[in-house]
Design a binder for this molecule. Structure first.
Ligand SMILES: Nc1ncnc2c1ncn2[C@@H]1O[C@H](COP(=O)(O)OP(=O)(O)OP(=O)(O)O)[C@@H](O)[C@H]1O
Ligand SMILES: [Mg+2]
Length: 329
């Protein structure tokens, strides 16, 4: 049984400009112990997908619909607000893009990190403090004892991200959702944080959903990857398979824009022409079609569905070169 199974999730927003189809029929299957990447350009619906799963999208303005959102076999939509709150930070934790938006600037690190242990685990302050010290050490905060009374602004960006990681791990969640945890950091710190995540996963068997717009980062870190475009999953495969045989033109274009060591110096980086569609006025057919070099006339009118191919590889496209290299017409 998958740890998390999401079927046909839709999250739309009523706005003055019309209905924003931020997430439009997303299905995910996350097996325990795996690292699953969700990759896509800015605005493709990565964060909204995960916020919806966690029950963090207010309705209204959000309108949520799904066939199922199962965590450990239980439908999260059947839980009360209180039950969901208990699950978050306890069994499922999230590391957000910008630590300053999730760390409370008015509370010391000790107060913030011990709170979930006092609330969810019923520990006393001494037990909680010991656990927090152990965790801060684990995530690489030097001399954690001397930092307990510090406030978030007294930490550097990289250190704040580590504190966030410690906060997410404090109750030993089985699922950790990392939403662009390294985007705001320089590459050296980014590599350290990824290393840390890998170590945590190895030691605790944590399942990770890793959200990023950077296919290069996802390549080195994830077992499998879901590619999102305009609120939909356009391709899903094991990471090796996705890099070897991309089956969607969008993935293929993303891959061409990732620097590779085996690339000839003379080969230019390719950028994807155009920009993502307006989510209030999606094209009638394929959402990527206006930017696609392979589009044929039926792409303008026919909305492709996600089709399963060989080797647990699926894609949502009706015209691209198929597995045998033939162009379907
Ligand atoms: N409350 C809201 N009301 C209206 N539109 C919203 C709301 N929240 C999100 N959106 C829209 O939903 C779309 C998807 O947003 P989301 O934050 O999931 O993108 P993302 O893939 O995480 O992008 P990024 O890489 O920039 O973080 C965006 O167009 C965003 O403007
Ligand atoms: Mg986001």
């Amino acid at each position: 049984m998958a740890l998390l199974e999401v079927q046909n999730l839709k999250t739309h927003f009523h706005t003055q400009d019309g209905l924003v189809r931020a997430v439009d029929g997303v299905s995910l299957n996350v097996e325990a112990g795996k690292t699953v990447g969700i990759v896509g350009e800015s605005g493709s619906g990565k964060s909204v997908t995960n916020m919806t799963i966690l029950g963090l999208v207010p309705t209204p303005p959000g309108i949520i619909d799904a066939d199922a959102i199962l965590f450990e076999g239980q439908d999260l939509r059947s839980l009360s607000k209180e039950q969901l709150r208990k699950l978050r930070g306890n069994r499922i934790a999230m590391v957000f893009q910008d630590p300053m938006t999730s760390l409370n600037p008015f509370l010391t690190i000790e107060d913030q990190l011990t709170e979930p242990l006092l609330i969810h685990k019923g520990q006393n302050m001494d037990q909680a403090r010991q656990r927090v010290l152990q965790l801060l050490k684990e995530v690489g905060i030097p001399d954690p004892q001397s930092r307990l009374k510090d406030y978030p602004h007294q930490f550097s960006g990289g250190m704040r991200q580590r504190v966030m990681m410690a906060m997410a791990l404090v109750c030993e969640p089985s699922l950790l959702i990392c939403d662009e945890p390294t985007t705001a950091l320089d590459v050296t710190i980014q590599a350290q944080i990824l290393e840390l995540l890998k170590r945590i996963q190895k030691e605790h068997g944590t399942t990770i959903i890793f959200i990023t717009h950077d296919l290069g980062v996802a390549a080195g870190f994830c077992d499998e990857i879901y590619v999102m475009y305009a609120g939909r999953i356009v391709e899903h495969a094991q990471t090796d398979e996705l890099f070897k045989t991309p089956l969607h033109p969008y993935t293929a274009s993303l891959l061409k824009s990732v620097p590779r060591l085996d690339q000839e110096a003379s080969e230019a980086f390719v950028t994807i022409q155009g920009s993502p569609p307006d989510l209030t006025a999606l094209p009638a057919g394929c959402s990527f079609q206006p930017r696609c070099d392979h589009a044929i006339s039926r792409c303008e009118t026919e909305r492709p569905t996600l089709e399963e191919r060989e080797g647990n590889h699926s894609r949502q496209c009706s015209c691209f070169v198929d597995l045998r290299g033939e162009v379907k017409s």
